[in-house]
Write a protein that binds this ligand. Structure first.
Ligand code: SF4
Ligand code: SF4
Length: 454
């Protein structure tokens, strides 16, 4: 299955509804990167000499890093399935694997370690993070426990790429509390000197003052890499729909490039939003490259930047992995005309009323039971499928859309997880790296499911 098959047009959506509620339910239950097809057998592994993966050289160490990096956050639960994915990735030249203590309720590092430790240590580079976002973990000893546990979970005695996780959320106060005042950053710098950490960097979301502060002090910290969110929409439209002004990827990438710090890219297809595009966008892309999926366009755009060390993709299904391996083996950089097309498309997409949720689930659990990423994924699918009952050409079109929207919403989201159960408590707000005004967006969904205009 290709990413094209994840794209759900309104026509397809309504047809699914016509076929029966079970079909519609299962269709809408899928997140943007999840698929509908049954499992299929993966293609056989490539022989070493057949590997066509594009690599980038890490400044300083000379390490050859695959331009396609494996974001482990959305791995399946079963270890056997994880191993199968990792085996395919390694056999096809992927060698960068990114995890964190907080992913998958704390299971993700262990799953990653179990899969990778079946290989010689020099065969892979593993990245993990200091996920001490919770103030209870700010005391130095607590953070050190998390750090030491990463070695155990990953079954390694050194970590290739270590990141200060999700810097920027909570602004300068959080940076001071998490890393500066408690001496943790000094400790990590010493760990790099001792070579238990080979490369030290940070992942950035949120308040650009923090990004600038850390780079302004680069003479002191000597960042080896920095992880940023970058894709052809966020290049110039990153701040849309967020609680506070965020920096565009163009600014972030530009600053890193000037300093000679390589960028690791997260969300190259915006949590799947650039794989699951509206029909009119897909048609524009297919007119130029008929065989390429929208996801392939997103990856090619990101991979075309020379200062990108690797682009992370959260591949939880074999078909995503196969397609992405193909895209990067070798990468065909975007031409100038293609870049211009994507810039025009980004302008169009910035006008769509989607919610910039990447379904990362950092905001979960909601103490009142709201399935936050589930509600937003549903809403975004509805926008893409032109089912959203926003101003429509005619009143009857509006009514048709609203009916489909409400029906699908009720089938997809159980009552206790719906937007109506949001109490506006605000506990999720500081956890969202995308700075989404979560309770406000929940209110919008409630409105859409209640109003009936004719
Ligand atoms: S604001 Fe709403 S969605 Fe967020 S944690 Fe509170 S109840 Fe849950
Ligand atoms: S609302 Fe924010 S934190 Fe929650 S899943 Fe979406 S992007 Fe992640």
């Amino acid at each position: 299955m290709t990413h094209n098959e994840h794209d759900i047009s309104r026509r397809q959506f309504l047809r699914k509804l016509g076929l029966g509620s079970a079909s519609a339910l299962s269709l809408m239950a899928m997140g943007p990167l999840q698929g509908l097809a049954a499992e299929r057998k993966s293609s056989p592994a490539a022989a070493e000499s057949d590997i066509k993966m594009t690599y980038r050289v890490q400044n300083g160490s000379g390490e050859k890093i695959s331009l396609l990096g494996y974001g482990m956050m959305r791995l399946p639960r079963e270890q056997e399935e994880v191993n199968r994915l990792i085996d395919y990735a390694i056999a096809h030249g992927v060698n960068y694997f990114d995890t964190a203590p907080m992913y998958a309720g704390g299971r993700n590092e262990g799953q990653t370690g179990a899969a990778l430790s079946r290989y010689p240590r020099e065969k892979y580079y593993v990245a993990t993070k200091m996920s001490n976002q919770n103030p209870q973990t700010w005391p130095l000893e607590k953070s050190k426990e998390m750090y030491e546990n990463s070695f155990k979970q990953l079954r390694v005695d050194y970590i290739d790429y270590y990141l200060l996780h999700s810097i920027g959320g909570g602004g300068m106060d959080a940076l001071r509390g998490r890393f500066l005042d408690n001496g943790l950053l000094d400790f990590l710098l010493k760990e790099r000197e001792a070579k238990r950490i080979r490369h030290l960097g940070f992942s950035y979301h949120g308040d650009v003052k923090v990004f600038d502060y850390l780079l302004d002090h680069n003479d002191e910290y000597h960042w080896d890499f920095v992880q940023i969110q970058m894709n052809y929409v966020d290049w110039r439209h990153a701040g849309r729909g967020r609680r506070r002004a965020d920096a565009d990827a163009e600014y972030l990438y530009g600053r890193l490039e000037k300093l000679g710090i390589q960028a690791v890219i997260m969300e190259p297809i915006r949590g799947g939003g650039l794989a699951n595009v509206a029909d009119e966008i897909r048609e524009q892309l297919q007119a130029v490259r008929p065989d390429d999926s929208p996801a392939t366009w997103g990856f090619r755009w990101v991979g075309s930047f020379p200062n990108v060390l690797t682009a992370l993709s959260g591949m939880n299904r074999m078909e995503h992995l196969e397609e992405n391996v193909q895209t990067f083996s070798p990468l065909q950089p975007c031409t100038e005309a293609e870049n211009e097309l994507l810039a025009r498309i980004a302008d169009q997409m910035a006008g769509f009323p989607t919610i910039g949720c990447t379904t990362c689930a950092y905001c979960m659990p909601c103490p009142y039971g709201v399935d936050i990423p589930g509600n937003f994924a549903f809403y975004n699918e509805a926008v893409t499928a032109k089912m959203l009952p926003l101003p429509a050409p005619t009143a009857s079109d509006y009514a048709e859309r609203q009916e489909a929207f409400i029906k699908a919403y009720r089938e997809k989201i159980p009552p206790e997880k719906r937007a109506t159960t949001c109490t506006d408590c605000g506990q999720c707000l500081s956890k969202c790296p995308q700075q989404i005004r979560i309770p406000n967006q929940m209110s919008r969904i409630v409105e859409l499911t209640r109003k009936r205009r004719r």
